[in-house]
Design a protein around this ligand. Structure first.
Ligand code: AVJ
Length: 310
């Protein structure tokens, strides 16, 4: 995402909503990405460690389900340790195709992967993966496409949008293809709320940094210290809602446009949906995927799922 007018207009549109909203994609400037990295190492943030353990414990089974000479298509730039576990164990991949809108980030992580895995045909694609995109043609003809979407990033999308995204993945997987996806599960609300209200305050810093990012890149002038982090689990809706609460009556501008905040008024910055296995299977089914395999940890905090299609 650059700092062009299109993005600024999108931000302005969000802030004109009934509940003022900033898309979670604006969390990830350089500092935001560092803070997210820090979040993944917090004791309260069970998602990353649990998913990693599930991958490590079941990698042989995953590799055998993926099969020979697959093309691994990652939705996201693929800088994660989880991706490396797969690449270490899939020794005859036709190609590894990371897909991301941010060209800079994508190409940087693609060259790291190339250096670490010189035998892998790394073919990055710059695209917004919420819409269908064209796949590159690897030197070796892939037997099947495996879409990889780790981290429960699917949780960022509202239910209908998540189904639309699954539909795109179904399309990109193609005939006989599959999706390997990390999905966070519903559980004791206290465990969930603690993960988004860590005692070190890193998530609070991550949340407020979104305003700093807008100030630095999109000609905004938010008083960053006059907004407070808020994260609550809405059990009914099955999602964590991250907000920034205005501590006082204040006005901030983005480009030419002014936005007034009453004391106590919020900006919605992120949803993080949590699913039951049954719920998620229903969504998969709605787009033509079948849940072929589900791996979880012993406490069923998190799941990694293998969905197949005809
Ligand atoms: C990257 C979307 C999976 O929802 O847990 C972490 C982002 N936000 N702490 C999540 C996040 C606050 C994260 N995802």
């Amino acid at each position: 995402m650059g700092n062009g007018n299109a993005a600024r207009n999108e931000i302005i549109t969000g802030l004109r909503q009934e509940e003022k909203t900033i898309s979670p994609k604006y969390f990830y400037d350089e500092r935001g990405s560092q803070l997210f990295d820090e979040i993944t190492r917090l004791p309260e943030y069970y998602l990353t460690n649990t998913e990693l353990a599930i991958m490590q414990d079941n990698i042989d089974e995953m590799v055998s389900l993926i099969g020979q000479q697959a093309s691994l298509i990652e939705f996201g730039s693929g800088s994660s340790y989880k991706t490396r576990i797969l690449l270490e164990h899939l020794d005859d991949l036709a190609a590894y195709v990371p897909v991301d809108v941010s060209e800079e980030h994508l190409l940087a992580s693609a060259s790291e992967i190339r250096a670490e895995f010189p035998h892998v045909d790394v073919l990055p694609v710059v695209a917004d993966f919420t819409h269908e995109f064209d796949l590159p043609t690897p030197q070796v003809m892939p037997i099947r496409n495996i879409v990889y979407f780790p981290g429960s990033t699917i949780g960022n999308f509202e239910r209908e949008d998540a189904i639309d995204l699954l539909r795109v993945m179904h399309h990109e997987a193609g005939e006989g293809g599959a999706l390997l996806i990390g999905v966070d599960l519903q559980k004791d609300p206290e465990i969930i709320e603690a993960a988004y209200n860590d005692s070190a305050g890193v998530t609070a810093e991550f949340n407020t940094n979104i305003l700093r990012h807008l100030n630095n890149q999109y000609d905004a002038d938010f008083d960053v210290d006059a907004f407070t982090h808020d994260a609550q689990y809405d059990e009914e809706a099955g999602r964590v809602v991250l907000r920034l609460i205005s501590e006082k009556d204040q006005t901030a501008s983005v480009g030419e446009e002014d936005f007034h905040f009453d004391a106590g008024e919020s900006i919605l910055t992120e949803y993080s949906h949590k699913y039951t296995l049954k719920d998620f299977a229903g969504m998969a089914d709605a787009v033509g995927f079948e849940v072929a395999h589900v791996w979880t940890d012993a406490d069923e905090l998190f799941s990694v799922q293998f969905l197949t299609r005809d």
